[in-house]
Design a protein around this ligand. Sequence first.
Ligand SMILES: Cc1cc2nc3c(=O)[nH]c(=O)nc-3n(C[C@H](O)[C@H](O)[C@H](O)COP(=O)(O)OP(=O)(O)OC[C@H]3O[C@@H](n4cnc5c(N)ncnc54)[C@H](O)[C@@H]3O)c2cc1C
Length: 387
Amino acid sequence: MAAVLADPALKIATAPATPLATAGPSLIDAVRAIATGDLAAMVDAIDRQGTYPKAVLKRLGAVGALRAHLRLDGQQDYGAAIAAMAEVSRVCGATGFMVWCHDACGLYMEESGNPALTGQALLDHASGHTLGATGLSNPMKSFAGIETFLLHARRVEGGYRVNGTLPWVSNLGPDHYFGAVAAVEGAEGGHEIMFVVRCDAEGVELRNCPSFSAMEGTNTWAVRLTDHFIGADTLIADPARPFIGHVRAAFVLLQCGMGLGVTQGAIDSMWDVERSLGHVNEFLDDRPDELQAELDALTERTMRLARTPFETSTEYLIDVCDTRAHASELALRAAQSALLHQGARGYLMSSAVQRRVRESHFVAIVTPAVKHLRKEIARLSATVAPA
Ligand SMILES: Cc1cc2nc3c(=O)[nH]c(=O)nc-3n(C[C@H](O)[C@H](O)[C@H](O)COP(=O)(O)OP(=O)(O)OC[C@H]3O[C@@H](n4cnc5c(N)ncnc54)[C@H](O)[C@@H]3O)c2cc1C
């Protein structure tokens, strides 16, 4: 599968493999130690028994992996945040996804400018002391004309009452919280609000989801809101649309960490069998050195975009969507090729290769899914005047 807008750099990428960590070596070293230590030891339990790696997420927070993209330390670094997420995803795609969920929530809180969501609340979030999530799939698809809003807000004195159900929100727990969007009833021309929902608040109910083919350890729940009150202390943005426009590229770009990491993990698995199976694997397509060159070029492209995550030009948004789509497509290809390289040992249910095939599917369907990205690229491209 080719990316929708091919980057010429991808075709000439023959440089030797560069590590995913292009920023903050000490942070990345610390993240890698956690990923290859505690996380690797429980990755099978996360995948097969649905064990939620709360302690690992907290340790990632403690070493600074969940705050690199925030302005808190005066050196906001999206590249470091993406590289950290990639190191986690290289070992466990499900945990890498939860790092993204938490990072996205931190982005909403900080950019809200709401004193109740910044200050100590943001410090606790940034250090992983408290854990957050995001329920923006539905509004992102609604804004793109793919589905309708599932949450509805009614104006009341001092705020809003929200009703509705989100079918899937990950990284939740009784003391967690997540960002959400609701359409305001009776508003002409579209009016939405964005807010934080605390799972232990009145009118919030977590309901079981069906079993998934992967991502079982992500604590994913359906969330039912019943007359749930939103006041000034939980409001992220009113109206929500300008805010979503402001954070959209950062939201999508951060997700590249999942695709880059799952791809690197798949390439690692190919090298694992090179000594024993290289004599026959050399006849396969998508060999590890080829995929590594493509991954390195894609990482470079991601890191370049990560320097300006709040840019809003149409060209930039297209580039971000295309890079995110390429990361999904590369993860799919690499996971499939790793399976072909490993053969029967990769077909064992306990194999990391088997798990990564399922994780790569998730990278490609989580919002914005590949089809959503392509729709968005087509829409944005139509607004750019030909040169
Ligand atoms: C494991 C997992 C974790 C997720 N975590 C989050 C999260 O943390 N936050 C978040 O906002 N979103 C989350 N999602 C949702 C995800 O981001 C996508 O929105 C979702 O996978 C569907 O995206 P799609 O674009 O492929 O839509 P499609 O699957 O094409 O869906 C199109 C429409 O069909 C509906 N639909 C799909 N499946 C069913 C079903 N079984 N029953 C009834 N209706 C259905 C959808 O709701 C939608 O309206 C999660 C999904 C999964 C599977």
